[in-house]
Unconditional design. Structure first.
Ligand SMILES: Cc1ncc(COP(=O)(O)O)c(C=O)c1O
Length: 496
């Protein structure tokens, strides 16, 4: 793999799994902004998680599709033995499109319409109910499946965390009392096999939190068995394994997390005669998050009450900083003249007093900057008051780290800024130096943005296929009208 970028002295940094040269080569081929995901990194993360839980032979991670809903990635994850955790019809369709079926699909949704349950049932997915009232909702419409799971919300018994919130304020899951009622009711209604699920923390880098969720669920398996006479054969610990977004943050110790869960499994389940219970998880972020990067360019410098570095990417490409003030590290890669876009201004450093000599930039080092996009929203910021070791020049590349989960997928089209392309890359096995890229989603075009507007709208140039479809539709309509008129004439002639 290429050389690692070192943190500039004095500022904590994060290394990159590619060299400056490899990146500069990529931006010369693909227009920024774009997302790129490391195939090698994703595969090795899957294997690490599987290895950590190898004490449990039936362990499966159902990848939370919402994190990075791209079928090319789902296919890769399926090859690594992962299932799919879906929460909507579109996510079920994606899972289906890569050949996942039956108990390789988990359906953990909330406020779910019946057509989504119908699709999940048709695929034979494990259905994880978010509310007790949904037992009757399913029973009375499409019928209950043989296997049913319930999502538990421990309310005041657990603290939750910033992203997922205080459990008693969270809209997800059943209360403890409801949980016991639900198993009894589902059993009466003919359900044969059962699962139990909870997701109390999100983006968690503290193993004891995940272990506490496991202990809580394992104890419930025993209690529910005693109280309701129901055997729970699957415990789903949810997603939530975290990412060390900050450079000085320790990485999630997935090995000690898995060992802690194993200890609780032995202590609570095995000791009580429940040693056959299957343990599963539904992590998304941990798998793709650190293996994805949002690549952008510096397009402007602005100096008013603060220093701003403007990128050609915006919050629609990565919403987490704007939505939760989440930290994402940004590494700027100096770009040589031959790799600059043609319209790059000659004066590339407007923060420097004179011309853009390297000495000017050094003079400004360790100043703080807001790194921003171009949306008409003041929270369209990737970073606020971020100290930088040196000023990136206009045209330089910005690499936004850990953007592989809940990044592209949370995108939106406010201000008509279009969603970017996604690429999967790996180190060329032949040269061990070049990166090979595969586009797994094209960037949106204006034709995509305008495609949902009804009627033909003058002033908007459509993409060719769309224009062709419209012409065909007009021609088709014309033919129908013509045929109708001909028929009428003939009938009139006959009557006459
Ligand atoms: C029910 C459920 N499962 C799994 C996940 C995936 O979480 P993460 O990507 O943090 O692992 C989420 C995230 O929102 C979730 O709501």
């Amino acid at each position: 793999m290429g050389g690692e970028q070192k943190a500039p002295s004095g500022t904590p940094g994060k290394s990159l799994p590619f060299t400056d040269k490899q990146l500069i080569d990529a931006v010369q081929r693909f227009p920024t902004p774009f997302h790129m995901y490391s195939e090698d990194g994703i595969r090795s993360t899957c294997r690490r998680l599987k290895q950590a839980f190898s004490w449990s032979p039936s362990f499966t991670n159902y990848f939370a599709v919402k994190a990075t809903p791209n079928p090319h990635l789902l296919k890769l994850l399926k090859d690594e033995g992962l299932g799919a955790d879906c929460s909507s019809l579109a996510e079920l369709m994606l899972a289906e499109s890569v050949g996942l079926r039956g108990d390789m699909i988990m359906f953990t949704s909330n406020n779910t319409p019946i057509n989504e349950y119908q699709k999940a049932k048709q695929l034979g997915a494990i259905i994880n109910l978010d509310d007790i009232s949904h037992i009757d909702y399913l029973h009375d419409s499409i019928g209950l499946p043989e296997f049913l799971s319930f999502r538990y919300n421990p309310g005041p018994r657990r603290a939750g965390n910033v992203i997922i919130g205080d459990p008693k304020e969270a809209k997800f899951g059943l209360t403890r009392d409801q949980l016991f009622q639900a198993y009894t009711k589902a059993k009466q209604r003919g359900v044969k096999r059962f699962g139990l699920h909870a997701m109390v923390v999100s983006n968690c880098t503290e193993p004891s939190e995940i272990v506490a969720t496991a202990r809580m669920l394992f104890e419930l398996v025993v209690e529910i068995n005693k109280a309701c006479g129901v055997e729970i054969s699957m415990v789903n610990l949810g997603g939530g394994l975290g990412v060390n977004y900050k450079p000085d943050q320790a990485e999630m110790d997935v090995e000690s997390t898995a060992a802690g869960v194993a200890a609780e499994y032995d202590k609570v389940l095995k000791a009580n005669g429940f040693g056959a219970v299957r343990v599963v998880m539904e992590n998304g972020r941990f798998i793709t998050g650190p293996n994805g990067f949002l690549i952008a360019r510096v397009v402007h410098h602005k100096n008013t009450y603060k220093n701003y570095i403007g990128l050609d990417a915006n919050m629609a490409h990565l919403m987490r900083p704007g939505m939760y003030t989440a930290y994402h590290h940004v590494t700027f890669v100096p770009t040589p003249p031959e790799a600059l876009p043609k319209d790059t201004p000659k004066k590339r450093n407007l923060f420097a007093n004179k011309d853009d000599t390297p000495a000017d930039a050094v003079g400004k080092s360790m100043a703080v900057y807001d790194i921003v996009g171009g949306l008409c929203e003041n929270n369209d910021k990737f970073a606020i008051d971020r100290p930088l070791p040196s000023v990136p020049s206009i045209g330089d590349i910005a690499v936004i780290h850990d953007a592989g989960a809940h990044g592209h997928s949370m995108g939106f089209q406010y201000n008509g800024k279009l969603r970017s392309a996604e690429y999967l890359y790996k180190v060329d096995p032949a040269t061990k130096d070049r990166l090979v890229f595969r586009r797994i989603r094209r960037g949106e075009k204006y034709g995509d943005y305008f495609a949902t507007i009804d009627g033909i709208w003058p002033g908007v140039k459509m993409d060719l296929p769309m224009a062709a479809k419209t012409l065909l539709a007009i021609a088709g309509a014309g033919l129908c009208v013509g045929a109708g008129m001909l028929l009428q004439c003939r009938m009139a002639a006959k009557q006459a």
